[in-house]
Design a protein around this ligand. Structure first.
Ligand SMILES: Nc1ncnc2c1ncn2[C@@H]1O[C@H](COP(=O)(O)OP(=O)(O)OP(=O)(O)O)[C@@H](O)[C@H]1O
Ligand SMILES: O=P(O)(O)OC[C@@]1(O)O[C@H](CO)[C@@H](O)[C@@H]1O
Length: 298
């Protein structure tokens, strides 16, 4: 079974504007609302790929209710903890000539809410997959992903982490099965800007040295590099297509990778499905559909 955890779910409010101007009133000509948050996106795309999974996390207020309602409508299993105060984020995604995101900070999670999550995580069994993805609200300790992995360490679980900065660095000594920084985030971890493939590989290797078992580095339109614990460096390119919205493309890659790996235990197959799924999302207005993924499988 696969579980995802989203500490900071969102409703993604997508607005389409011709020319985005600051210090001015912009008019949107199309609006859409989707359930979001990185772990939730992974769960939705796993569901699309017919991989059974359950989404854990925290929701609050009217927006939290809408996140739950829309996931239930899609048939995605979820078991969220409802927070007493505030409301789940409404993240604004502005589509103009480029893409601009304004993400909220999220509602407060109390120590007793955290304990409830740990109780739910007791459900995990040996061989399960756990995806910890996305940012955490400001009052949650920055070692929370590390604490979760430590707590589950006796269970032999495949842990996948998609996070930035210390939230990611803190988990590396606990040997997560997979981490997925994008190229920019990889550079940020070491205080550098990466330009060439060689530089990306060199810094990706540093994450293997720090403990990650496998490192998937997404590179937007340049595809992705996979560095594995058995010394492979796989370079994946993306199929042709027109970028529509990259929101959730990285999360779709993770879902595709897990689905491919579970079915084949081959890193090569996992990377191919990962890229097809990520691109299918990038080439559509929301997350990938089964037909779009099939069409893009090279
Ligand atoms: N401009 C693009 N053109 C084609 N494919 C893209 C583009 N941007 C992203 N993708 C696809 O999505 C995957 C993930 O992209 P990216 O490196 O932007 O991840 P990310 O930053 O984690 O994404 P996000 O946070 O937006 O979900 C890429 O490997 C590729 O398959
Ligand atoms: O604040 P985080 O958790 O880093 O990112 C949140 C978010 O931008 O990530 C998803 C796309 O990856 C969106 O659905 C959501 O709005």
């Amino acid at each position: 079974m696969i579980y995802t955890v989203t500490f900071n779910p969102s409703l993604d409010y997508v607005m389409h504007v011709e020319d985005l101007m600051t210090h001015s009133i912009n008019k949107s000509h199309k609006e859409e609302v989707y359930p979001g948050g990185k772990g939730i996106n992974v769960s939705i795309v796993l569901h699309t790929l017919r991989i059974p999974n359950k989404a854990f996390g925290f929701v609050a207020g009217f927006s939290g209710k809408e996140i739950e309602r829309s996931l239930s409508k899609l048939g995605v299993h979820h078991d969220f903890i409802t927070l007493d105060n505030g409301f789940s984020r409404i993240n604004v995604k502005l589509k103009a000539k480029g893409e601009t995101d304004i993400n909220g900070s999220g509602p407060q999670i109390t120590p007793s809410d955290l304990r409830e999550l740990f109780e739910k995580l007791n459900e995990l069994k040996e061989g399960d997959y756990l995806v910890l993805a996305g940012s955490i609200p400001p009052n949650v300790p920055h070692d929370i992903y590390q604490t979760i992995i430590k707590e589950l360490s006796s269970k032999n679980i495949f842990v996948i982490v998609d996070a930035t900065k210390e939230l990611l660095l803190n988990v590396l000594p606990y040997k997560p099965f997979l981490i997925k920084p994008n190229q920019e985030e990889l550079g940020e971890l070491f205080g550098v800007t990466l330009h060439t493939k060689e530089e990306v590989i060199a810094y990706g290797k540093k994450l293997l040295e720090k403990g990650a078992q496998n490192v998937l580095i997404s590179r937007g339109s340049e595809g992705a590099l996979l560095l594995t614990n058995d010394g492979q460096i796989l370079d994946g390119t993306i199929p042709d297509g027109k970028l529509v919205s990259s929101v959730g493309a990285g999360d779709s890659m993770i879902a595709g990778f897990i689905a491919g790996y579970i079915k084949s235990h081959s890193f090569d197959t996992a990377l191919k499905l990962s890229l097809a799924t990520g691109s299918a999302t990038a080439y559509s207005s929301w997350l990938a559909t089964p037909d779009q993924i099939d069409d893009l499988l090279l």
